[in-house]
Every structure is written in C-alpha cells, then in structure tokens.
Design a protein around this ligand. Structure first.
Ligand code: ADP
Ligand code: MG
Length: 220
C-alpha cells in the first residue's frame, strides 16, 4: 500500500540543521499493523507526519498505492489525507468547544457529507466505541480513556484505509491503554492498516512488525 524510498527530512532553524529522517526506505502492506519504536527525538513523529501528509519531506519518494505523493498539489494532498487517513494523537487533539458527537462528525463535514449521512456514520462509531451514552457531553467532561475513544471514533468515522497513531496510549493508565489497544487491534482485524508509534514493548507486540528508528534511520 505504501512504498517509501530514501526519504530524508531536514529541519532548518535559525542556526541549526536537524536531520530528522535520513535515507528511510520502507513498505507497508495493505492490512498490516506496524509499530514504530525508538528513543525520544529519533524521528518517529516526523515519519508518522510524513506518512500522513501533514509534513513534507526534503528528499525521497513516497508512493501511496499507485500515486506519487510528490505529484500532488497542496490542495490534492489535503483532500487525499481527508479521504484516506485517520490520525490518533497522544493528547487526543479534540475540540473543547464541540461535544462528543460534533467532534466525531467534523471529518465528515470536511468531506461535505450531508446531515443524514453524518448522523448515521457518527452513531455507528459511537456504538462501536461504546460511548453512545456520552454523545452530548463536552469532551472536557470525559476521562482520558473516554477522550481517546472519541479520538479513535473520529479517526475511523470516514472509514480510512490507513490509521496513524502517535503514542495513542501515552497519556492513559494501563487499563485504558489496553482498551485502546484492543480497539486498534480489532480495527486492524477488520481490515484497516495501522501504523502506531509506541514506547511500550507490550503494545508493540500487538503489531505484526516493529520498525526501530535511531537518529533518523531505520536500524531494524
Ligand atoms: P520523536 O517523535 O521520535 O521523539 P521527532 O520526529 O519529533 O522525534 O523529532 C526528530 C528530530 O527532529 C528531533 O531532533 C526534533 O527536535 C527535530 N524536529 C522535529 N520537528 C521539528 C521542527 N518542526 N523544527 C525543527 N526541528 C524539528
Ligand atoms: Mg514523537
């Protein structure tokens, strides 16, 4: 599904050049569940953001299916991301001003789905995540575990082909973390490709394969 070749990402700040990714090549197959591990600062988030078309890269080749991502205009990249990729972050990244239903509905609004379509899709994932009874709650009224369920629901409401998760259990206690991992595992069994950054060896063992990064390079 994904093929990356010799990808490099360099950040320039005022007086410093940081090579966050250096000559990274990898393939991700349809329906794979891949974990990315490595010490802080080794480039895990940069790799995930690059895969997710949030960040641009300096050199290299990125194919998603048959599409060369470099050939897309900024607007096409945004559209491609919206229709194919779901994100889950360590700090949930939910919108405090919106309630649970509205947070999950947001990606469907970006897709210009009509109201009935949105309602049915949101209700489906609310049920699936076991948070239907919270649909009118403000997200600030929820526990961390519940907020991450909302974030998972928001990531999958558009039925993306790829879910990218950056330390999705990093802010959760072990019970809630395990529940989020169970959800990701189930999603993957249902056919969604998942790439997840984690510091947890136990969580990484849920994946089919572990990519170890060090200093911006894949070491194993
Ligand atoms: P990880 O997620 O593994 O902790 P990151 O991908 O966040 O690592 O960062 C990799 C390296 O790139 C670090 O040295 C970090 O300081 C640097 N970096 C990341 N984002 C930026 C940025 N926007 N500007 C400058 N340097 C950055
Ligand atoms: Mg990171």
């Amino acid at each position: 599904m994904i093929q990356i070749e010799n990808l490099t990402r360099v950040f320039y700040t005022e007086d410093m050049k940081t090579t966050a990714l250096s000559d990274v090549s990898l393939q991700i197959l349809e329906k794979e569940f891949v974990a990315i591990m490595g010490p802080s600062g080794c480039g895990k988030s940069t790799l995930l953001n690059t895969l997710g078309l949030i960040d641009r890269f300096t050199e290299g080749i990125y194919y998603f299916g048959n599409l060369n991502m470099q050939n897309l205009s900024p607007a096409q990249r945004t559209e491609f991301r919206r229709d194919n990729i779901g994100f889950i972050f360590q700090n949930f990244n939910l919108t405090d001003e919106l309630n649970v239903f509205e947070n999950i509905e947001l990606p469907l609004r970006y897709q210009h789905r009509d109201k009935l379509f949105r309602k049915e899709a949101v209700e489906r994932v609310l049920e699936r995540m076991g948070i239907a009874h919270r649909r009118r709650h403000k997200v600030s009224q929820l526990s961390g575990g519940q907020q991450q369920r909302v974030a998972v629901a928001r990531a999958l409401v558009t039925n993306p082909r790829l879910i990218l998760a950056d330390e999705p259990t990093g802010n959760l206690d072990s019970k809630n973390g395990d529940e989020v991992m169970d959800m990701l595992e189930q999603l993957n069994e249902d056919g969604t490709t998942i790439v997840m950054v984690t510091h947890s060896i136990a969580n990484s063992q849920r994946a089919h394969r572990i990519i170890n990064l060090f200093d911006g390079k894949i070491v194993s």
